[in-house]
Design a protein around this ligand. Structure first.
Ligand code: CUA
Length: 172
């Protein structure tokens, strides 16, 4: 069977693209550690996560080890609680686990300049951990369309020096 040269070129190009796309997904899952919002975080009340056993009043908490913190964030149209009205403050040189849950519709929780980027699915808690080595400010944005105020849904994460953090005593 004679296959025209251009036909062959396109066959190779199409097959290469499939291999490339499957490769990027595999790389993300295996090497870069991208994951799904799965059962790990547990289920929460889709209208009031704070009533659920796996969630707490939104805020910053001391973690199980020194230098570790847990931050509970509620997403609601169109704010991060905390984050929007009040910035989230954590100390530099810390490991922070964010527990994110929505109180209404699907939202996103992306901390700009870090690899934190998760969906907040109603009824499901998302858990993401990151290390913050130096003091700086990060923006927080919602990247899932959640309604007419979506483009205004933003917040701030302030990574501050440990001494300043101790003095502020906002941690619970
Ligand atoms: Cu919340 Cu878009």
């Amino acid at each position: 069977m004679h296959v025209h040269r251009f036909e062959r070129v396109w066959l190779v190009a199409a097959l290469s693209m499939i291999v490339l796309f499957v490769g990027t997904v595999t790389f993300g899952a295996v090497v870069a550690g991208y994951g799904m919002v799965d059962a790990e975080g547990g289920q929460v009340d889709p209208t009031d996560p704070t009533t659920s056993e796996s969630f707490r009043e939104p805020g910053v908490y001391n973690g199980s080890e020194a230098g570790h913190y847990d931050v509970y964030v509620e997403t609601r149209r169109f704010a991060f609680v905390p984050g929007t009205t009040e910035p989230i403050r954590v100390p530099a040189n810390s490991t922070v686990t964010f527990h994110v849950a929505s109180a209404d519709v699907l939202h996103g929780f992306e901390v700009v300049g870090t690899n934190i980027n998760t969906m907040a699915i109603p009824g499901q808690k998302a858990v993401v951990t990151a290390e913050f080595d130096k003091a700086r400010e990060h923006g927080i944005v919602c990247n899932e369309y959640c309604g007419e105020g979506h483009h205004d849904m933003a917040g701030t994460l302030e990574v501050i020096p440990q001494s300043e953090f101790n003095a502020s005593a906002e941690v619970q």
